[in-house]
Design a protein around this ligand. Sequence first.
Ligand code: PEP
Ligand code: MN
Length: 347
Amino acid sequence: MIVIMQQEATEEQIGAVVERLTKNGFQAHLSRGVERTIIGVIGDRTRLFDMALEAMPGVEKVVPVLQPYKLASRAFHPENSLVPVGDLVIGGEEVHVMAGPCAVESEEQLLETAVQVRAAGATVLRGGAFKPRTSPYSFQGLEEEGLKILARARELTGLKIVTEVMDTRSLPLVAEYADILQIGARNMQNFTLLREVARINKPVLLKRGMSATIEEWLLAAEYIMSGGNHQVILCERGIRTFETYTRNTLDLSAVPVVKYLSHLPVVVDPSHGLGKWRFVPAMARAAIAAGADGLLVEVHPNPAEALCDGPQSLTPENFRQMMEELARVAEVMGRRLGGGAGPCSCR
Ligand code: PEP
Ligand code: MN
C-alpha cells in the first residue's frame, strides 16, 4: 500500500500520517521525490482502510501495491535508488564496471589484475575468496587469506571490493573486508543468509538465481530490504534455458523489465551469462544500451591458467579494449563510465 501525499503537503502533515501509521502497528517508509512524498506502508491491508487515511490533511490518495514485493517496487519509490559505495554511487549517471578474476588465486595474480583493470577504468575489484563450486574437488577459494589479498589490492589501487559471502557462518569475516557483499546465484533464495545480510550496513549485490523468475528475484531483494538494508544492487547473470552453446542465457530483457518494476540499480554480468570470453564485450555493450547501471566482468592475467572460469575471462588487454567501446556506448546513452581511466598512483 502507498500513501501519496499532495504536492503542497507540509512536513507536519507527512509526520502526522507516519505517526498514525506507526501507532497502529504499520511500518512507514518515506520516499521524498522532487514532485511529492510517497509513504510506503507495510502491514495488514484490511486494517489500513479502517484508518480513513484519505481523510487526513495533505493526503492525496491511498493506493494498493499489487506486486508481492513492496519496498523493492517502483510504486513505493518512484525515483531510481542510489546506492553509495564509499565515494562511488551505483544507480546514478555513472556506469560502474566491477572487474577482476573469478577467484583470488594469489597476491601476484590479484594485484596485477587490480592495477590493470583500474588503469582501464574499473572502479570496483571483484574476486571470490569463498567459491561456490559445482564439484567439491574444484578449487574452493583462499578464504581469509583471499580476503586479506583483496584488502591489499584496495589499498594499492583505491578500488572498492566486491566479494561473495556464501553462508551466515563466514558473513562477519567477509563483511570486515568487503565494500559490497555479493550473494551468488546459488544462494539467491538462501533466506537465512538474506536475513543476515539485511542486518549489515553494507551494499549487497544480489545475483539472480539461475532458475529464478524476476518476481522471485525481487522477492529475494525484499527479504534484504524488509530486514532493514535498502542498499541492494541487482545483478543479472544469465538463466538456464535449453540452449547449451553458451553457459547460460543472458536475459538482457530483465534489465528494462526490472527497471520498470523496481527502483533498484541493475548490474549485468556477461561473463557468467555467456561463459565464453569472446562474446562478453558485445553483451556488455548491449547491457549498457539496455539501461544497466553497471557491469561485473571477469578478467584474469592468464585465463588459460585460471583456477576458476578461465574460458569466460578477458585478458587485461581485451578488457581495456572493451572499456574504450563501453565509454562510447555510455556516452550515447547520456551516461559516462565511473572512474577516469589512467595509471594508478599505486600508493
Ligand atoms: C561469480 O561471480 O564468480 C559467481 C560464482 O557467480 P554466480 O553466482 O552468478 O554463478
Ligand atoms: Mn566466476
